[in-house]
Design a protein around this ligand. Structure first.
Ligand SMILES: *Cc1c(COP(=O)(O)O)cnc(C)c1O
Length: 369
């Protein structure tokens, strides 16, 4: 292979080599069937085994209780922005949303198409640099929606509200990165391409009782109950994406599951935040207690030198750390498959950049003596 590349992109994200190799083998010949995973019938017993194993791995790795269904959908998390209100918004009831940034706002905009939306709190006034915790969820809300990890701003919710209202959570960018208590939520959704597998698959974990309360008339492809009744195979499911997700979850189980991944992710994030905090070149964008372990956002005090730093990182094989276009600066995404050696390479790059400078200014000074 060419020089080692470290991909810190926010999504689609990196997958472990063992998963990529398994995926490429299956594209050529799936499990010695003589045909490709891309050609295999979703009604075949081979694929039934795949979808079953994938579901079992989700259930095991997140300790999903029996009264929850695990569904595989398409359309990304963005489709969930409308599917959630379409199914759960009830007549004469509003839905409550916590506004923590870009993806929350997108969810809110879609929900407004289906009924009244109440924003319980927003951190917009401070550029979404923290998670608001001081808010009240009206008891008559159809549901409460939050975004557990704000992929663009780099904040993460570490304490979820206690409420009798059904809690819906967009966990696209931190699912499987830390232990959660599924019973604290009524519906969890996540686009696969951050911590689960390739794009094209959306995971939904939903409390069965919540689906029984749906009263609205809903098109089949937007109705969770249809997916549940047909074991996520009402129409042709994204076979390849489910297969690769299964390989990735097998890998996750092999390294010690979500508990071990969480330890690794804490170590990786601490390593990077420590360098940011102790430097006089870089500063983090998110408030300390709420900062994300998955997406580390930072800028340079001297914004004019950001391009120079970006080029320097690229020359070292570090890719995808430019910040989201409307925010600028940098964002390093540390999803499960990013190894600590990748973060070490980034941190070394930062310290080399700074010491190269000191060397330069030292030379300048000594020349003037
Ligand atoms: C990436 C992302 C989305 C959008 O996901 P798609 O699968 O591209 O629709 C939504 N929410 C969060 C938190 C994300 O990180």
């Amino acid at each position: 292979m060419a020089n080692k590349k470290y991909n810190f992109g926010a999504g689609p994200c990196i997958l472990p080599d063992i998963v990529l190799n398994g995926a490429s083998d299956a594209v050529k010949d799936y499990n010695r069937t003589g045909i490709s995973i891309l050609e295999i019938s979703h009604r075949s017993s081979e694929f039934e085994n795949v979808i079953h194993e994938c579901q079992s791995l989700v259930r095991e790795l997140l300790a999903v209780p029996d009264n929850y269904s695990i569904l595989f959908l398409q359309g990304g998390a963005s489709t969930q922005f409308s599917m959630v209100p379409m199914c759960l918004m009830q007549q004469h009831k509003r839905a409550s949303y916590l506004d923590t940034g870009y993806f929350s706002l997108k969810a809110i905009a879609e929900a407004r198409l289906f009924g009244p939306v109440h924003i319980v709190a927003s951190s917009k006034d401070s550029d979404y640099d923290h998670i608001p915790y001081d808010y009240y969820i009206p008891g008559d809300s159809a549901y409460f929606h939050c975004t557990s990890n704000n992929t663009i701003e780099g904040t993460e919710i570490f304490t979820f509200p206690e409420t009798d209202v059904p809690v819906v959570c967009d966990m696209s960018s931190d699912i499987f990165s830390r232990q959660i208590n599924v019973a604290d939520f009524d519906l969890i959704y996540a686009g696969a391409q951050k911590n689960i597998g390739p794009a094209g698959l959306t995971l939904v974990i939903v409390k069965k009782a919540l689906l029984q309360r749906i009263e609205n008339l809903i098109p089949s492809m937007s109705d969770y109950r249809i997916y549940e009744a047909h074991n996520s195979m009402f129409n042709t499911p994204p076979v390849f994406s489910i297969y690769v997700a299964m390989l990735n979850l097998r890998w996750l189980k092999g390294i010690g599951g979500v508990k071990q991944a969480e330890q690794n992710n804490i170590a990786k994030a601490n390593l990077l935040y420590d360098v940011i905090d102790s430097s006089d070149y870089f500063y983090g964008l998110a408030d300390n207690p709420d900062r994300s372990r998955m997406n580390v956002t930072f800028k340079m005090y001297n914004r004019e030198r950001e391009n120079e730093f970006l080029n320097f990182t690229e020359s070292r094989g570090i890719l995808g750390i430019n910040g989201y276009r409307s925010i600028g600066g940098f964002r390093a995404s540390l999803y499960n498959a990013m190894e600590i050696s990748g973060v070490e390479a980034l941190v070394e790059c930062m310290t080399d950049f700074m010491s190269k400078d000191q060397f330069k200014s030292f030379k300048l000074k000594s020349n003037t003596i």
